[in-house]
Design a binder for this molecule. Sequence first.
Ligand code: G6P
Length: 490
Amino acid sequence: MSNRLPVDRVVDEAGQATWRPSPGGLVTALQPVMRAEDGVWVGWAGVAGEEVEPFEADGISILPVALSEQELQEYYEGFSNDTLWPLYHDVIAQPSYHREWWDSYVRVNRRFADAAAGAAAPGAVVWVHDYQLQLVPAMLREVRPDLVIGFFNHIPFPPYGIYSQLPWRRQIIDGLLGADVIGFQRVADAGNFSRAVRRLKGYETRGPIIEVPIDTDDPESGSHRHVTTNRHGGLVRTVLARAFPISIDAEAYQELARRPAIQERAREIREELGNPETIMLGVDRLDYTKGIGHRLKAFGELLRDGRLDVEKVTLVQVASPSRERVETYRQLRDEIELTVGRINGDYATLGHTAVAYLHHGYPKEEMVALYLAADVMLVTALRDGMNLVAKEYVATRVDEDGVLVLSEFAGASDELRQALLINPHDIEGLKDAMLQAIAMPKRDRVRRMRALRKKVLTNDVARWSASFLEALTRSAHGDHPLQDAPVNRR
Ligand code: G6P
């Protein structure tokens, strides 16, 4: 289950409805898994006010959940993307708290839970994805205690001092604790969650295990799957909360990168840009968490100070349109486009653009060609759950060349240690890293890229989903790892 289906419904001017692959890393990550499983994908079809019948797409059974225009505004644009999104990303933007949005979030989560409850076979495994659906695990457990329920949070889980702002902080924790296994991108995210559970609920946690007390007056209490006695003699069900860093279908990227037509397209891109010595690339959803402004500032200053020459270096920035009806995103677009315009106005020449700015989404083939053309990849997120673009760049570089500049605030930096790791708030440091990347000798580039590729090719998305599902199945059989681990105190 995820807010977005793997396909979006689009209605063209003639009123004809078609489906196209939907945006975002989540879909990229799950499609290969779902194809291989005999599963049903429950999600929203991407348009408001339309009831869509269940259907099949690319061998996946799809069960659409309808949202009204008002729910789209309150549950999706409001609570999901203007409350939870900024709150969970370190309040880079100010979260808005509105009680009507919360009510709508509860209502829509209930609808998703009911849809899954109706579709799941007895004892089935249900895997719920991301921050839009955090209440679903408990809602589902309530009506279907036979199900094995997993939840994966694709975005960061914030430190307690930030999380505790949320007026509905306890309800969200209760919602998530309905799952048997709760997955996070980073060890730090899982730690933040466990701490919030201790502080807000007073439950004990041991290593990755959370002990949720069972209300023995509840007639359903006997139906819980893995019940055990805690050190105080009380009955608890155990929930596993730990990191499962997500990845990509690395082999699919490699395969595209080896195609002669795509390599030819990469050469063509270089040519179209006027054959600069160095191409730097940024690829992001147009989101304030991505640090696009910081990247542009650093690049602009390097041109201003004459440390970079516009005839030799071009920055290509792909910014795919996202959440365009949310005010913060509109403002961001204006800011970024103003900055790009200024940099080009000040430094471009007739023959050489400084920043080639593209406000579009592109098919995978074109993205791979861009990655192959890019000497330096810039991932400068201020906060990011994982950042799959970093992994896509690495998987694409079958030539073992190219330099990845990677923010330490992206989850990917836990694994991709051989990237040039940067703090995007430190503009001087970012400028130095850009220059270091441009000047890096081939031997060093290859050494780093080889190490990065090994990580990404080994830990691909198939391994990610297999390890999550394995933990889920084990927990369903009452296997409680680290039962004897010491109690966490803080
Ligand atoms: C992130 C989130 C996904 C979301 C995607 C695109 O990757 O983790 O849950 O689907 O962004 O955002 P959108 O709001 O367009 O679904």
